[in-house]
Design a protein around this ligand. Structure first.
Ligand SMILES: *[C@@H]1O[C@H](CO)[C@@H](O)[C@H](O)[C@H]1NC(C)=O
Ligand SMILES: *[C@@H]1O[C@H](CO)[C@@H](O)[C@H](O)[C@H]1NC(C)=O
Length: 396
């Protein structure tokens, strides 16, 4: 029911877009009284009076000095190799000075091939962004369409509040999309074709709610947490993984760790030094690209002498800045208990090693004694064999 409703609304949407695009493409650039010229080329201004002989002169912005133009025998005005300076208002007049026609000349360039990039910030929508290759100086519009698996073209939706961008909703994975971004102005058009699969253009938005904070009594540790980008749909089969980069403010090179979690503990922070941390995200199965880095978080690990000093610009949790005494007590106790346990373990370990050593020594001693005895037995045994193998005559 709901799917058919959304399908219906989609049809209406497409219809609306089609109507808009039809009205757009049927819109001509020929505004009444405006003529467009290509810089460097010849422009002919037509007076279009029924009787050519009635054209007496052309004026430029009201002045009869149009030295750069040539009268044609049919009363038109040829402007060779136009440049910016010839832009303006041209009027043609009859013999008694009456106004026959008024034209506004604008000059510019043909559209270049726009540069286009497409990006999916999730698996259901993607958007394409473009930049004109040439500043044409002229009114410009873009016709944006796409084909799925070479079917008939559909409209890539443009939003007037976001110029130079169009979006495709309900995109499909593992499907080939062929985008056509056409730039058009009164002089002509130029287009760029881009072909891709959605999974190859996935690039999540950066992770959000980035925070870093010291861990009490751990002078080399920092706890970093972040959240999924809000634009990423929370669906079990489209997970993200993350990489965390961090450095102390005194160093330029970053350390990078990868994780699938939404938090990480850095264990090799520099004591008493502020650190900068950032996270970026990527599809868990490595489709597409890494996101941009998130905003920076900054934090300094816990410092032993001044437990209340903690710098965390992004984190607004003030509670972590002042560890409360109740929290501190058991921690210290735990600490000394830990030390005692370590000492006891060391003692036991030493004792065990000593015992093992003694047993080993005893074994070696016994073994050596036996070997000596064995070699004696062997000698006797050999001589017995020797005696046996000798011919009787020899023994006798
Ligand atoms: C697709 O984009 C639209 C508009 O930006 C957004 O409202 C919608 O939530 C997106 N779809 C998903 C699944 O994120
Ligand atoms: C791209 O779109 C423009 C405008 O709709 C069209 O004239 C052109 O033929 C299209 N190009 C391709 C290769 O489909």
């Amino acid at each position: 029911m709901s799917s058919s409703a959304s399908c219906l609304s989609r049809v209406f949407c497409l219809l609306a877009v089609t109507v808009v695009s039809v009205s757009l493409s049927s819109h001509t650039w020929e505004e009444e009284g405006v003529v467009y010229g290509r810089i460097g080329e010849t422009v002919t201004l037509k007076c279009n009076s029924r009787n050519d002989s009635s054209v007496a002169e052309w004026r430029f912005n009201g002045s009869p000095d149009v030295s750069w133009g040539y009268f044609t025998n049919v009363g038109d005005l040829d402007l060779p190799s136009v440049g910016h300076s010839v832009m303006g208002n041209y009027t043609c007049h009859g013999h008694s000075g009456e106004l026959l026609r008024s034209l506004l000349l604008k000059v510019g360039y043909l559209p270049g091939m726009p540069s286009v990039t497409c990006r999916a910030s999730d698996y259901h929508n993607f958007s394409c962004y473009w930049k004109p290759a040439v500043d044409t100086l002229l009114p410009t519009r873009y016709i944006t369409s796409y084909r799925v698996d070479r079917n008939s073209p559909e409209i890539c939706l443009q939003d007037p509040t976001h110029p130079n961008m169009c979006s495709v909703r309900h995109s499909k994975l593992w499907t080939s999309y062929q985008m056509n971004i056409t730039e058009e102005n009164p002089l002509g058009s130029n287009f760029r074709i881009l072909e891709f699969n959605v999974q190859s253009i996935v690039k999540p938005d950066p992770p959000e709610i980035m925070s870093a904070e010291p861990i009490p009594y751990a002078p080399r540790r920092l706890l970093v947490t972040w959240a999924y980008p809000s634009t990423w749909p929370q669906e079990p089969h489209f997970q993200l993984k993350f990489r965390l980069q961090y450095r102390s403010v005194l160093h330029m090179s970053w350390s990078v760790v990868e994780t699938a979690n939404l938090s990480d503990v850095i264990t090799d922070a520099f004591v008493g030094t502020e650190h900068i941390l950032q996270v970026s995200a990527r599809d868990f199965l490595d489709a597409g690209n890494w996101s941009e880095w998130s905003v920076e978080a900054r934090a300094t690990p816990w410092i032993s002498k001044e437990p209340s000093v903690s710098v965390s610009e992004v984190s607004n949790k003030t509670t972590t800045e002042e560890p409360e005494p109740q929290v501190k007590e058991p921690f210290v106790q735990n600490d000394s208990v830990e030390k005692v346990i370590i000492l006891i373990s060391l003692g036991i370990f030493g004792f065990v090693v000593l015992v093992l050593f003694l047993i080993f020594g005893a074994l070696i001693w016994v073994r050596v004694g036996r070997t000596v005895k064995d070699s004696g037995i062997k000698a006797n045994f050999l001589s017995a064999i020797h005696m046996k193998t000798l011919p009787k005559s020899q023994i006798l």
